[in-house]
Design a protein around this ligand. Structure first.
Ligand SMILES: Nc1nc2c(ncn2[C@@H]2O[C@H](COP(=O)(O)OP(=O)(O)OP(=O)(O)O)[C@@H](O)[C@H]2O)c(=O)[nH]1
Ligand SMILES: [Mg+2]
Length: 266
């Protein structure tokens, strides 16, 4: 069970527009991101400001030892009119855990999470948000597999091939029909998705699969959407360690499904 009672320190920047409930919450999970996060926070906040979007930004620091929190807070100072929150907890729990903390803190009806490296440019946001706003889908997610012409900077060849193989394994083991479950750019109708957070068990990179698996099980409408994507230096993924963990988590999802762990939500 996801530990939603976890003690974390939420630092709210003093912002006048915080009171209004935004239409979109953008969540950025961040682990040791002091190098990449400053620019990304500025890009997201500039995008919100430029488009006069009703949106908030929530950065979740996943127990970093570096200056991730300070980097995010400093970058946000340039955009006092955009509601920004930085949440931090002490221990590193994994990207999945950070995203769940962010989703629970989100105030908007639509929440989007994006990797801190903005591998999918934030300008792709409408591709995910509009189908949810139109009531066509409940969960929309970026894909690097559906239109390869949208990939700008590729990952190193081995890493890219490894990713493709992993997506095939995920498809086979989860039974999900999607070509790419792992892109760090996903959006949710929170009225439909939030109750499902209660049954989610996976805290590291397998959480994307679990999110989609549980959403499909509960008959939410899912849509994989081709998005622009660029490799950005500074990935903290350890191929060996994280592939091994991924297998363990995929097996856990299958076991959980068999045991009915995902059946009951509030
Ligand atoms: N690696 C890692 N990332 C985390 C963790 N917790 C949160 N994150 C965030 O999850 C996102 C994914 O991190 P990346 O290092 O870009 O990894 P990736 O995008 O899955 O993989 P690449 O394809 O190598 O870029 C980033 O925003 C990280 O800061 C964690 O425990 N480990
Ligand atoms: Mg990345």
């Amino acid at each position: 069970m996801f530990d939603s009672d976890l003690l974390f320190a939420a630092k709210n920047l003093p912002l006048a527009s915080c009171q209004m409930i935004p239409a979109i919450s953008i969540i950025v999970p961040a682990y040791e991101e002091q190098t990449r996060l400053g620019d990304s926070v500025k890009q997201i906040l500039a995008y919100i400001e430029r488009g006069k979007l009703s949106a908030e930004l929530i950065v979740v620091d996943d127990g970093s030892q570096d200056n991730t929190v300070e980097t995010a807070e400093t970058a946000a100072l340039d955009f006092p009119d955009v509601p920004t929150k930085v949440i931090r907890y002490e221990a590193n729990r994994g990207k999945g855990y950070a995203v769940k903390v962010g989703l629970l803190a989100a105030r908007a009806e639509i929440a989007v999470f994006s990797d801190a490296d903005l591998s999918t440019p934030i300008e792709e946001l409408p591709k995910l948000v509009e189908p949810i706003q139109a009531g066509e889908y409940d969960v929309t997610f970026g894909s690097r597999a559906l239109d390869r012409s949208l990939i700008g900077m590729h990952q190193p060849w081995r890493r890219e091939q490894g990713g493709k193989v992993m997506n095939l394994i995920i498809k086979k083991m989860s039974g999900l029909p999607f070509a790419d479950t792992q892109c760090g750019f996903k959006a949710f109708n929170m009225k439909k998705f939030c109750p499902l957070l209660d049954v989610m068990q996976i805290d590291r990179f397998g959480f994307d699969v679990e999110f989609l698996f549980v959403a499909a099980l509960h008959k939410l409408r899912l849509k994989e959407i081709p998005v622009r994507w660029n490799n950005v230096e500074g990935s903290k993924v350890s191929v060996l360690r994280d592939t091994r963990r991924m297998f363990t988590e995929l097996k856990q999802i299958r076991r959980n499904a068999k045991c009915g762990v995902y059946d009951k939500t509030k």
